[in-house]
Design a protein around this ligand. Sequence first.
Ligand code: MN3
Length: 264
Amino acid sequence: MKPSLRILTCFITTLLITSCNEKKLIEVQVPLPEEEVTTIQMGNPDDVIANEGAFKMIPLPYSYDALEPYIDAKTMEVHYSKHHLGYTNKLNEIITGTDLEKMTIEEILKSLDLENVTLRNNAGGYYNHNLYWSSMSSKSTGEPTGSLNTAIKNDFGSFSGFKNQLTETANKQFGSGWAWVITDKNGKLSIVGTANQDNPLMPNLGVSGTPILALDVWEHAYYLKYQNKRNNYIESFFKVINWKSVQKRYDEAIKKELPVQQVQ
Ligand code: MN3
């Protein structure tokens, strides 16, 4: 290449690079993103249907957001439509074609072989969550009344004595599990804890009685709103306890166990 041509080529190249660089520096008006739509899509609990099998999804007696601000809607939705549905479907799957299909969930639990871990976890999960949903209401009366109130005072000294014991049991349950209020056939109340999806109906766990109130202390029950603060979740749970339904279960548990009267 001739020196003059080389100079010319260099000049043109320099010009091109400069113009390219200049182009890069041109300010461009970027349109602002459209305002984000903030409506949260929330499902309907009635749309959650179990796969075919002996056990159905018992309808949630309130909407997902009914227990706000104590139990948040997102937690309720995931808990009911994912976790609870999962236990229900798995339970149906493992009992299909067996004698268990014709039994009630209580009968399955009372006759459970603890070595059957899949049945233990999923039959437990199904029963426990149904009791948990019905232990709560947006219209909590705060404290019990009637015979349950009397029993609480007899067995725990006062409502605050009862509350302290249930809170302590729920807090100290290591890892995943449940805290329960149970009654014996004479109406005497106790508070017990169980691990994983175990419950007081299962044999040989060292706790026995009829559950009348269930408190889920798995992290999935509270982590979205409360993170590691399980105690705050337990405090909130007390704001939504459905004492009417707990009383109903208490009455039924005692009635069921009453001895048949001797005819003279
Ligand atoms: Mn749960």
